[in-house]
Design a protein around this ligand. Structure first.
Ligand SMILES: Cc1cc2nc3c(=O)[nH]c(=O)nc-3n(C[C@H](O)[C@H](O)[C@H](O)COP(=O)(O)O)c2cc1C
Length: 435
């Protein structure tokens, strides 16, 4: 075995293998989407494969029409779901998602430190500023991306202060003297800022040194700046290796300019894998998954992504850079919008082609449709050119993709010396190498 730098691997337990029409397959396990036992089984298998962490993205809204043809964003609360998985695992990291736009920081600090205690130091927090759901929280309009990141920066600062406000060694529990704890070790944080006024201290003690690895996803300039200040890992939307390389080198530079070690920020591209024993079968699964893709829905998605209305354009007409709305047009996600703009500027695709690209049809994630060996080859090729520091696996199209990923792709990466064969620590910070 050659010695190569190990990559980090997270496995999404949002059931990506049910997306679009994939849930209709006999083996999709769609009946188990709210079952604990089913996810415990996946968690145990992922731990056996020595995966760094399970990853649970999350949203806080429901559009009724979304469940007409697929489960959409129907889901359990991620932190509660991961607490159930913590009980049945002992090493694998558990990365939950909490929105800084909608939740109060005291609740998030407490929930995450609680999961950290229950899992003995295995929690990670995926910080999202969210794209939708404002009406569920009494907010009439979604704040701009920049405002949401300003709030996220203050939010994460408050959470850090709260985690430090009740250190684990404040508890002595000396029966003889009757001393349970040291009040002086607890501190009021007395935070007064633009968005929050929080007195503290937290009423949940820290686990160990209380350090929790932080994840982030948005890649607009404000998102990158925020990530470079606080994040240890990025869930990246990178449809091709060039995007991943650019994001990685830019985030490393930004982290260094803030006095951080660039190695302390890890870029983990999402990877949709449609896997089968043969390429033909994998392509068939991909086609079945997207069989009911409605061009009108995709045209609406382009409008939502970049504010470009293609309704009256023939399918074989080219979409060119001069058709793009001004770059500062307000869109829902700058990250996703900029990736579509980049694709149009670079390739000038036909409307038909544009509608089937990952940037429009998916969430701009990297896609592999093929055998487990194809996936190993591609992951190794990206690692060789520093297009990221690992992956967040999004098995797609069929539950078989989850199994082939754990049973064949991960061992394939281990054989090439690209991934650990044993855990060397117990906490998520250990697995990721967060100091
Ligand atoms: C790859 C990716 C994954 C995301 N996952 C979530 C999520 O699970 N939940 C959520 O509420 N927002 C999610 N977001 C939204 C971001 O938190 C952020 O609000 C959005 O991308 C706007 O930031 P930007 O302008 O930097 O793109 C995600 C964004 C990206 C790019």
């Amino acid at each position: 075995m050659t010695t190569r730098k190990h990559i980090h691997i997270g496995l999404s337990v949002a059931p990506t293998w049910l997306m679009n029409d994939a849930w209709r397959r006999d083996d999709s396990n769609v009946e188990n989407v709210f079952s604990t036992d089913f996810f415990v089984e996946i968690a145990k298998r992922a731990e056996k494969a020595k995966i760094d962490f399970l990853f649970r993205p999350d949203t806080l809204f429901m559009k009724p029409e979304m469940i007409a043809g697929s489960p959409g964003f129907s889901s359990l609360d991620p932190t509660i779901q991961l607490a159930a998985l913590a009980e049945h695992t002992s090493k694998i990291g558990l990365v939950t998602t909490a929105s800084t736009t909608f939740y109060p920081p005291y609740i998030v600090a407490r929930q995450i430190q609680s999961l950290n205690i229950l899992s003995k130091g295995r929690v990670g927090w995926n910080i999202v500023t969210s794209l939708d759901g404002n009406e569920n929280f009494g907010i009439s309009e979604m704040p701009s991306s920049e405002d949401r990141y300003r709030q996220a920066a203050e939010f994460s600062d408050v959470v850090h202060k709260l985690w430090a406000s009740y250190p684990s060694d404040a508890i002595i529990a000396d029966r003889e003297s009757g001393t349970y704890g040291t009040p002086d070790a607890l501190t009021r944080i007395d935070h007064h800022g633009e968005f929050y006024d929080v007195a503290g201290p937290l009423n949940t003690p820290a686990f160990g040194n209380g350090k929790v690895p932080l994840f982030q996803a948005g890649a607009s300039p404000a998102g990158r700046d925020f990530a470079a200040s606080v994040a240890h890992a990025i869930f990246a939307a990178t449809p091709d290796p060039e995007v991943a390389r650019e994001l990685r080198s830019d985030l490393r530079e930004r982290a260094a300019s803030k006095g951080r070690d660039p190695d302390d920020i890890r870029i983990l591209p999402g990877l949709n894998m449609y896997l089968a024993p043969t390429r033909e079968e994998a392509r068939e699964i991909f086609a079945q998954t997207h069989a009911r893709m409605d061009p009108r829905r995709m045209i609406a998605k382009v409008k939502e992504l970049i504010a470009l209305d293609l309704t009256d354009h023939p399918m074989d007409a080219r979409v060119t850079a001069d058709m793009l709305p001004p770059a500062d047009t307000v869109v829902r996600s700058k990250t996703h919008g900029d990736l579509v703009r980049r694709l149009i500027e670079r390739d000038q695709p036909t409307v038909k082609d544009l509608l089937t690209r990952p940037e429009v049809m998916g969430s701009s994630h990297w896609i592999v449709v093929g055998t487990p060996e194809d996936a190993v080859n591609e992951i190794a090729a990206w690692a060789d050119i520093n297009a990221g520091d690992g992956i967040i696996a999004l098995p797609s199209g069929s539950h078989q993709s989850v199994e082939l990923f754990l049973d064949q792709v991960v061992p394939g990466l281990q054989e090439r010396g690209l991934f650990r064969t044993e855990y060397s620590g117990h906490t998520l910070a250990d697995h990721l190498g967060v100091k």
